[in-house]
Design a protein around this ligand. Sequence first.
Ligand SMILES: N[C@@H](CCC(=O)N[C@@H](CS)C(=O)NCC(=O)O)C(=O)O
Length: 86
Amino acid sequence: MSDTQTNTQYSLYYYDSCPFCVRVVRSLQGVQVDVELRNIMSDSNHRNALQKATGRTTVPCLRIDKGSKSQWMFESMDIMRFLQSL
Ligand SMILES: N[C@@H](CCC(=O)N[C@@H](CS)C(=O)NCC(=O)O)C(=O)O
């Protein structure tokens, strides 16, 4: 694993009844990095963080933390493609 990957943290904002989220969560089995699951229905802190940072509550959303910088990625296909490319 490269230095960039070890210094980067990945979190997936999701909820169980969202079919797009289910696809992304299932696809995590094949990826090389750890992705923390953050359910926005069971934890309002996660929902609030997503809304505050992006102005949206759309899931799935992948949060990529590098140092003090956070990037937020929407769109299930983009998220799956990105994680599989790591
Ligand atoms: N095209 C998006 C669709 C995502 C989507 O529609 N998510 C729904 C839940 S299944 C949602 O979060 N809706 C509420 C909102 O957009 O605030 C994707 O593939 O990720």
